[in-house]
Design a protein around this ligand. Structure first.
Ligand code: SF4
Length: 300
């Protein structure tokens, strides 16, 4: 029996452009509920007076952005989209990529937003927040779904500049991974605007490992790696990172991380790659679900 596969109509692509535009702006203005909850919890638990004052300012910053419909932080970031294609919906991927790019350009022009994207050598800024290979789009599949999921992450540079990769030796084992994560967080210090969501990639090849670390950093807070051994390592590293005492904005305190997430892949028998990617406290992300006729639901 033939399976029924829906086809995305013209309305889908105009809808996708509108959604890409809306998500970019929303992710810059609206801190997701799980991140707010984590900040408020950390604020209540923090025992260092100066750190608590910083967290009071962070909570107020989020409120002011909401009250005045302002950006939470000045950095409009590098626009990154994670697109999950339902396998029961026929979509023209190239057309969808163009719609996303057009949405970013419209958000930049119509809001307006600062353009943070430039040529890597000439530093020419097209003032669109787009350019060759930007926005970054990661493609994935959603089995048996007739919709498309879109997650927008405008990645701030302070945290993105604190990205790390090491091809450890298998003999370094899990202890080597633990050590490298903690050394990287110490090296990052105040630069990624802690408290951070620390994404860790373990395994794969070098490129996959780095992509996994980014994916881990944008996972919803409160979620765990489905592998119990890795979930336990997430918990252990979360406690260890907060024990470092770097604290909010690096001024000392109990709250260096809001969460530690790990994403993993199998790797080569002679490799032991580990990567770290951090999200600053504002935890930028916004999610939407698109349907074949262009309808969408925007959430987080
Ligand atoms: S790291 Fe985050 S909070 Fe800090 S300046 Fe960049 S975007 Fe803003």
């Amino acid at each position: 029996m033939l399976e029924t596969i829906a086809s995305a109509g013209a309305g889908f692509y105009t809808g996708a452009e509108d959604v890409a535009r809306a998500l970019y702006i929303r992710a810059l203005k609206d801190v997701p509920p799980d991140v707010r909850e984590a900040i408020e919890g950390a604020h209540q638990r923090e025992t260092h007076e100066r750190a608590q004052k910083i967290l009071t300012l962070v909570v107020r910053n989020v409120q002011i952005a909401e009250e005045h419909r302002m950006l939470v932080c000045q950095d409009t970031g590098t626009p990154i989209y994670y697109v999950g294609l339902g396998t029961r919906l026929h979509v023209d991927g190239a057309r969808l990529a163009t719609a996303i790019r057009d949405g970013v350009e419209r958000a930049t022009r119509e809001h307006p937003l600062r353009s943070s994207v430039c040529h890597p050598i000439t530093r020419a800024n097209p003032q669109t927040n787009t350019g060759y290979r930007i926005p970054v789009i990661h493609w994935d599949f959603v089995p048996d779904a007739d919709h498309v999921d879109m997650l927008c992450v405008p990645k701030g540079s302070g945290s993105e500049n604190m990205s790390f990769l090491k091809m450890l030796n298998p003999a370094d084992g899990v202890d080597g991974i633990r050590r490298y994560v903690l050394e990287s967080v110490v090296e990052a210090g105040a630069n990624p605007c802690p408290p951070c969501i620390i994404g860790i990639g373990i395994g794969g090849t070098s490129d996959v490992c780095v992509a996994l670390a980014k994916k881990a950093s944008v996972r919803k807070l409160g979620t765990k790696n489905p592998d119990p051994a890795l979930a336990a390592l997430e918990e252990e590293l979360f406690a260890a990172v907060n024990h470092l005492g770097i604290g909010p904005q690096g001024i000392g305190g109990d709250t260096t991380a809001l969460a530690v997430h790990i994403e993993h892949a199998y790797t080569h028998i002679t490799q032991n790659p580990v990567a770290i990617n951090m999200q600053c406290w504002r935890g930028l992300r916004a999610h939407a679900r698109l349907h074949a006729d262009g309808r969408s639901e925007i959430g987080t």
